[in-house]
Design a binder for this molecule. Structure first.
Ligand code: HEC
Ligand code: HEC
Ligand code: HEC
Ligand code: HEC
Ligand code: HEC
Length: 215
C-alpha cells in the first residue's frame, strides 16, 4: 500500500506540542509586555479644542511639517505652532467658519489655544528632535503616518525599550536627509547597503549607555 503520509510526519505531533508550548509562552509574555504601563497609552487620542486635521493640512494640502513644527531641525522640541501660523491662511481661507471661531478669538485676544499634549516622556529621560532629524530619522518612525490622521493619535509607546531598539540598530529607520518629513517615502531594494553608508557618512552612534538618555 502506498504511503500516504511521509515518514517525517511521525514527528508532527511532537512538533505541534512544542509549537503550542512556545505559543503559550509568547502569548503570556506578550500580555505581560504589552500590558505593562508603557503600552497601554498607544492609541491615546485626546479631544482637541479645535478640530484641526493633519490629514487635510499635511496630507491633502501637502503643507510640510516644518511649516508649523518649526523647532524640529534646530532644537529639542518640535513646538506646536502659535495661532498666528494658522491665521497666515485663515484670515483669507474660510474666514467665517464656525470651526475656526476659537482660532479667531485666540488671535484677537492673544490667548494661546490650549492644545492637549499627546506625546510625552518623563523629564528624567532626555530627548532632542534636532539630533534625530539631522541624522535622517523620519517623523514617521516615532509618530506614525500623521498625514493620514484626522486627529493625532499616539502610535508608538515611546518607552525605553522603543528608544533602545532603534539605538541598537538604526539602519531600518534611516532615510535621505531631505525625506525626513515625507510620509510617502519608501525604502529601495538596496536599502541595507545605503543605510550602512549613511550611518558611516553621518557618523551615527546612538547612545545605549544609561547616561546617554538619563543625564
Ligand atoms: C498647519 C500646521 C501643521 C502642520 C503642517 C503639521 N502640524 Fe502637526 N500639529 C499642529 C497642531 C496645531 C498640533 C496640535 C493639535 C493636534 O494635536 O492636532 C499638532 C500636533 C502634532 C503632533 C502631536 C503633538 C503632541 O502633543 O504630542 C505631532 C506628532 C505632529 N503634529 C506631527 C506632525 C507631522 C509629522 C507633520 C507633517 C507630516 C505635521 N505635524 C504637520 C499643526 C501642524
Ligand atoms: C497654508 C494654509 C493653511 C494653514 C497655515 C492652516 N490652514 Fe486650516 N485650512 C486650510 C485650507 C485650504 C482649508 C480647507 C478649506 C476648505 O475646505 O475649503 C483649511 C481648513 C481648516 C479647518 C476646517 C474649516 C471648515 O470650516 O471646514 C480648520 C478647523 C482649520 N483649517 C484649522 C487650522 C488651524 C488650527 C491651523 C493652524 C494650526 C490651520 N488651519 C492652518 C489652509 C490652511
Ligand atoms: C526618534 C523619535 C522621534 C522622531 C524622529 C520625531 N519625534 Fe516628535 N516626539 C518624540 C518624542 C519622544 C516626543 C515627546 C518629547 C517629550 O516629551 O519631551 C515628541 C514630541 C513631539 C511633538 C510635541 C511637541 C514637542 O515639541 O514636544 C511634536 C509636535 C512632534 N514631536 C513633531 C515631530 C515632527 C514634525 C517630526 C519630524 C520632523 C518628529 N516629531 C520626529 C519623538 C520623535
Ligand atoms: C528610529 C530610531 C530612533 C529612535 C526610535 C530613537 N532614537 Fe535616539 N537616536 C537615533 C540616532 C540615529 C541617533 C544618533 C545621533 C548621532 O549619533 O549623531 C540618536 C541619538 C540620540 C541621543 C544622543 C543625542 C546626543 O546629544 O548625542 C539621545 C539622547 C537620544 N537619541 C535619545 C532618544 C530617546 C530618549 C528616544 C526614545 C524616546 C530615542 N532616542 C529614540 C535614533 C533613534
Ligand atoms: C535611548 C535612551 C535611553 C537609554 C540609553 C536608557 N534609558 Fe532608561 N528610560 C528611557 C526613557 C525614554 C524612559 C521613560 C519610559 C517611559 O515613559 O515609560 C526611561 C525610563 C527608565 C526608568 C524608569 C522605570 C521604567 O522602566 O519606566 C529607569 C529605572 C531607567 N530608565 C533606567 C535606565 C538604565 C539603568 C539604563 C542603562 C542600562 C537606561 N535607563 C538607559 C530612555 C533610555
Amino acid at each position: 500500500m502506498a504511503q500516504i503520509f511521509p515518514k517525517w510526519s511521525n514527528t508532527v505531533p511532537i512538533a505541534l506540542a512544542l509549537a503550542g508550548f512556545f505559543l503559550l509562552i509568547t502569548v503570556s509574555g506578550g500580555v505581560w509586555y504589552y500590558g505593562s504601563p508603557e503600552y497601554t497609552d498607544v492609541g491615546y487620542r485626546p479631544k482637541q479644542p479645535v478640530e484641526y486635521s493633519h490629514k487635510l493640512h499635511a496630507g491633502d494640502l501637502g503643507i510640510d511639517c516644518r511649516y508649523c513644527h518649526t523647532g524640529v531641525e534646530s532644537g529639542a522640541r518640535a513646538l506646536v505652532p502659535p495661532t498666528r501660523t494658522c491665521m497666515n491662511c485663515h484670515t483669507l481661507v474660510k474666514p467665517e467658519s464656525e470651526k475656526l471661531s476659537l482660532v479667531r478669538r485666540s488671535f484677537a485676544t492673544g490667548e494661546p489655544i490650549e492644545w492637549v499634549r499627546v506625546n510625552d516622556i518623563p523629564d528624567y529621560a532626555y530627548f532632542d528632535h534636532s539630533i534625530h532629524i539631522n541624522s535622517g530619522v523620519g517623523c514617521i518612525s516615532c509618530h506614525g503616518n500623521v498625514a493620514e490622521m484626522e486627529e493625532v493619535t499616539l502610535s508608538k509607546s515611546l518607552s525605553m525599550g522603543f528608544c533602545l531598539e532603534c539605538h541598537r540598530s538604526p539602519e531600518e529607520n534611516l532615510r535621505p536627509l531631505n525625506e525626513v518629513t515625507n510620509m510617502k517615502w519608501a525604502k529601495s531594494s538596496d536599502h541595507a547597503s545605503l543605510a550602512a553608508l549613511w550611518k558611516k557618512e553621518r557618523g551615527l552612534e546612538p547612545p545605549e549607555a544609561c547616561s546617554g538618555c538619563h543625564r
